[in-house]
Design a binder for this molecule. Structure first.
Ligand code: 5GP
Length: 118
């Protein structure tokens, strides 16, 4: 079992979060420090630490994460203008919470995909 994280506690309802969607495989909630007007995190209910840890059995949950992100973008009214979906993986990817999550970012032009090196 991977170590528990704050996202595991949110999935189980042990700590508060602004949950916008939950089903048998995934939970979606608003990021506590939004980078864009719409910033939602979609996480698997079962803790997978990083994208590098996914296995063949995880394909259904990965598909669900993307489909839910697209549905939430439509529900939030950002589908027509567009948005970005992003997954940070481990140290070089800038991942802080080791419970797999995708970021749904939109509501304004999101900007360059990667900042230029200092
Ligand atoms: P990462 O850098 O791991 O890809 O992204 C982690 C994200 O989780 C960050 O955008 C951060 O603002 C968000 N976050 C960290 N702690 C909490 C929390 O307790 N609640 C919520 N809703 N978001 C959090």
């Amino acid at each position: 079992m991977p170590p528990d994280t704050i996202f595991g506690k949110i999935v189980r309802g042990e700590i508060p979060a602004d949950i916008v969607y939950q089903d048998d495989l995934v939970t979606a909630f608003r990021d506590i420090h939004p980078l864009t007007p719409i910033h939602i995190l979609v996480v698997p209910n079962r803790a997978i630490p990083t994208l590098a840890d996914v296995a063949t059995d995880d394909e259904p949950v990965l598909g669900r994460m993307l489909r839910v992100a697209a549905d939430l973008a439509a529900a939030e009214g950002i589908s027509e203008k567009g948005y970005r979906v992003m997954i940070n993986c481990r140290e070089h990817g800038g991942q802080e919470i080791h419970h797999l999550h995708l970021h749904l970012l939109g509501g304004r032009r999101v900007g360059p995909m990667v900042a230029r090196k200092g």
